[in-house]
Design a protein around this ligand. Structure first.
Ligand code: ZN
Length: 204
């Protein structure tokens, strides 16, 4: 199983990090060891002093596919969840400065927190209109709707499947809206999908 992540998929988030609006999806990967184990806290890794939260809609792939056309992409998923793409922003800044890859900043153990998954047909909402938000210690810090994606989910699937064969169980982190910020020890993170809290855990 692999985790495919999309960067800069919401204009306001690209702007808050002084990144340009991308002309095509920004893609990176996390290994399966990045998944935060169920019922475990997130431990801030020793190699960073500035880990940021990025709440994202996560799409679970349900069949094998390569070179998928946008109009067929909806056949390759029927469940979504929410995740946090934890990012060591200080490490990432050093990588970007030197033009180096991002993995040490983005793909470390525990850097992919993922909720349980929900059938889109049960949510009764199209993939292009999903509300989500992140509360930290009871205060909303990030709020998004998938309608604001620069590249919608079906286009992302078409794009990434040109490069990577998608397999059942693969996850796509679809990018974060504005409001990213640092997490601190003892923070409580609560992820909400369509107004309902579906996942929560602590930072240690
Ligand atoms: Zn992200």
């Amino acid at each position: 199983m692999k985790i495919i992540c999309i960067g800069r998929n919401y204009a306001k988030h690209a702007a808050e990090l002084n990144n340009p609006i991308p002309q095509e999806p920004v893609v990176f990967l996390k290994p399966d060891t990045a998944i935060l184990l169920k019922k475990h806290p997130f431990f801030i890794p020793e190699h960073s002093n500035e880990v940021h939260h990025e709440i994202e809609v996560v799409v679970k792939i349900n069949r094998l596919g390569k070179h998928i056309e946008p109009r067929f992409a909806h056949k390759y998923y029927d469940e979504i969840g929410l995740g946090i793409d934890f990012t060591a922003r200080d490490v990432q800044a050093r990588c970007k400065e030197k033009g180096l890859p991002w993995e040490k900043a983005k793909a470390f153990d525990g850097s992919a927190a993922v909720s349980r998954f929900f059938k889109l047909k049960d949510l009764k909402k199209p993939i292009t209109d999903i509300d989500f938000h992140l509360d930290i210690n009871g205060k909303t810090v990030q709020k998004g709707n998938t309608k604001n994606m620069l590249f919608p989910v079906d286009e992302l699937i078409a794009h990434v499947s040109k490069y990577f064969t998608l397999k059942t169980g693969d996850l796509i982190f679809t990018g974060t809206p504005a409001g990213v910020g640092q997490v601190h020890r003892d923070d409580l993170l609560e992820l909400h999908l369509e107004g309902e809290r579906i996942f929560y855990f602590n930072v240690k």
